[in-house]
Structures are given as C-alpha cells and as structure tokens.
Design a protein around this ligand. Structure first.
Ligand SMILES: Nc1ncnc2c1ncn2[C@@H]1O[C@H](COP(=O)(O)OP(=O)(O)OP(=O)(O)O)[C@@H](O)[C@H]1O
Ligand SMILES: [Mg+2]
Length: 360
C-alpha cells in the first residue's frame, strides 16, 4: 500500500471514540451514582453525532468529561477511554491519560464547547471583544489586527448586527440569545476539530436557530469540523444529525443513523420518545419523560432480549440489567440488550462512518 493510500484510509478513522466511560458522583451513604455508565460513542470527521435523552440522562456530563471539566471531587472518572485523533498523522491518544497542562492544549483549541448556560463561559469583567480576541490569539498564530478581524467576522457569522461596536460591550449588556451567539462565535473563531454543542440553540428564536445550524453545517465542510450535538429537539436532530445516540440513566440505549432512529427505532425507550414527539412547529424545552412499559417491537431481532422501559433503574445494576451491553442487532444498528442463550455475538463499539447527503 502506498503512503498516500494509507493516509487516506487513516482519515476515515474516527476523530473520537469513547469506550466504556463511567463517571460517578457521591450518592447516599458510601454509594456513588453513575451519571455516565459504560458509555460508548464514536464520531467520524465532519460528522454530526446527535445525543438525545431526557433531563438527567448524562448528556452534559459525557460532553464535559471529554474536556475533563467535571469538578473532581465530587465527580470521579471511574474508568473508560476517550480516544482522540484530530489528525490522521498523529497517533491516537487517550484524553483521560492527559494531565491538566496537556488538556489545556486541547480545550478551546482542538475541542471547543458551547455550554447550556452561556454565562458560565463568558467573563463578566471583560468586554466581548477582549474575550474573543484573547481566545483567538491563544489558539491561532495571528496578530492583534487579524484577531480583531476574525472576531468581527465570527460575530457577523452568528447573525450579530454591527459586530464592530458589539465588541466593546460587556456580557451583561447583551440579551440571553445574544450571549449564546457570542459564545458560539468564540468557540468557532478558534477553528476546533470537534465542537461539543450542548443545547446550542435552545435560547434562540427559530430564525436565528436555523441560521446557526446552517453555519455549523457549513463549517463542518470548510473547517473539517465534527459536532457532538446535544439537544432535546427531535426536529433539530432530524434535520442536522448523521448518527444518533439515545441516552437514558447514564447509558447509551440505541445508536444508529438518523434515518434508522426515526424509521426503525428498536429500543422501547426510543419508541416511547418518538411517540411523544411534539407536532412540528411546537417548541418544547425538555424531552417528555417516557412512561414505563413502552412497547418492544414485534419484529425485534431474534436472538436478543431487550428490557421494557422502566423509569426507575435498579440502583445496584443500573439500567437494562447488569449484562446489558450494546450489540449490533441489525446491520449498523446498536441496541442495549442481552443476547439470548446460545447466541455467540459479542458486544461492539457503536460507530458509523455515515454522513447523509444534505441539500445545501
Ligand atoms: N456536579 C455534580 N454533582 C452531583 N451530581 C451531578 C453533578 N453534575 C451532574 N450530576 C448528576 O449527573 C446526572 C446527569 O447529569 P447531566 O447534567 O449530564 O444530565 P443531562 O442529560 O445533561 O440533562 P439536561 O437535559 O437537564 O441538561 C444527573 O443525575 C445529575 O444530577
Ligand atoms: Mg445537560
């Protein structure tokens, strides 16, 4: 194989692979609650992985673990790997092996995060301009004049009018939606390889939301950026995701292409979630809680047991039973379940190189 072929093939490798990640917080007595429980996720270059699930399912903790910004204590990274390969020419590394100094070279630079609550990532005592310019100069080799230009362009890209004068304002002078956009501009100005977008457009009106999602799609191609899109909005998932992971009680229950998730949901929880999907155009701020006993599809692949959905996972064994793992029960379709006795299949890492064709 020539070097070129090797390189091209490498580029088809995942940019990030999370393997058996568990993160806990103190629970009652000496027990610990697993906010993230043996999570497996894969993201390929330029791909959008949507992570959906109701409040408390572990979406934000999963994303924050990638950047190691969970406060420890009380949190604890119990085990797992976060394999990271931003460039096919560098070796794969486990971010959980990185020390704080090494993580600083990753945060904001290779991997940026848009937080659910914009005020947490904006400093109230500096102007918007100072903050974006500092972020840009920290992560890119540009002079001050260039960094101002980049900041102005970034603000204008996220739909902020008169960006040059906005640069002189402080966060408290902006509306919530405006702050959210400033944070997005700041994250994107650093040209990350992976963007962790935690409910990025929740605070925004529909027009701006569409504009920002369109901008993100554009940057995926022009900047080679992958996106982990955390959202409660199944409409946003349907329109923007390539692959989808459904989470509940700290576990990934189902992983498949966006088409398979919507057209052939297999896990009872996912089916319940889609059944409760609001009518198009109605906005909701949280995914509804799925009631117990949601149906198991009659044609669920033979050779596996999937548990009916229960809203109170057993605290000792977690959700789905202690032997439940992600199995590829149909081609390109993973479900948290247990194989029937005699079925020799092994659990496997969910991940698909798939990117849908979008009308752009
Ligand atoms: N600092 C913390 N200390 C203790 N428990 C925490 C902490 N952060 C998160 N948790 C717990 O971890 C679990 C997962 O929380 P997480 O924030 O990841 O949920 P989420 O899926 O992002 O929910 P939402 O949709 O409401 O944002 C929750 O039970 C939460 O209470
Ligand atoms: Mg969250």
């Amino acid at each position: 194989m020539s070097n070129d072929t090797a390189k091209n093939q490498n580029q088809l490798d995942p940019i990030m692979q999370i393997e058996q990640l568990s993160v806990s917080f103190p629970g009652q007595g000496k027990k610990r609650n697993f906010a993230v429980n043996n999570v497996n996720l894969t993201i390929y270059p330029r791909q959008t992985l949507a992570v959906v699930g109701e409040s408390g399912s572990g979406k934000s903790v999963s994303a924050m673990s990638i950047l190691q910004i969970i406060p420890t204590p009380p949190g604890k990274y119990e085990h797992g790997k976060i394999l990271w390969q931003p460039d096919p020419n560098v070796p794969v590394e486990n971010l959980l092996d990185y020390n704080e100094k090494q993580m600083q070279t990753v945060r904001g630079n290779q991997i940026a995060m848009i937080f659910q609550e914009p005020m947490t990532s904006l400093n109230p005592v500096y102007t918007i301009g100072e903050q974006i310019i500092e972020a840009v100069r920290l992560h890119r080799t540009v002079d001050r004049a260039q960094s101002i230009e980049i900041a102005i362009k970034a603000l204008s890209d996220v739909g902020i009018a008169d960006p040059a004068s906005r640069l002189k304002e402080y966060p408290h002078q902006l509306s919530g939606g405006m702050r959210q956009r400033v944070m997005i501009a700041m994250a994107l100005a650093c040209e990350p390889k992976l963007l962790l977008a935690d409910e990025p457009t929740t605070a925004l009106d529909v027009t701006i939301q569409a504009q920002i999602l369109e901008l993100l799609r554009h940057l995926q191609d022009t900047q080679d950026m992958s996106i982990m899109l955390i959202t409660h909005d199944l409409g946003v998932v349907a329109e923007n995701a390539d692959v989808v992971a459904v989470m509940y009680a700290g576990r990934v229950l189902e992983f498949a292409t966006v088409e398979n998730i919507f057209e052939r949901p297999l896990h009872p929880y996912t089916r319940g979630l889609l059944k409760s999907m609001p009518v198009l155009g109605q906005s909701v701020h949280r995914l509804p809680t799925v009631v117990d006993g949601a149906t198991i599809p009659e044609d669920f692949p033979a050779g596996y047991h999937v548990e009916p959905h229960v809203t109170t996972p057993d605290p000792e064994i977690g959700y789905g039973g202690k032997d439940a793992r992600l199995y590829e029960v149909e081609p390109e379709h993973w479900v948290l379940c247990t194989p029937a006795s005699g079925n020799p299949i092994q659990p496997s890492q969910p991940g698909l190189r798939y990117r849908r064709v979008m009308a752009r």
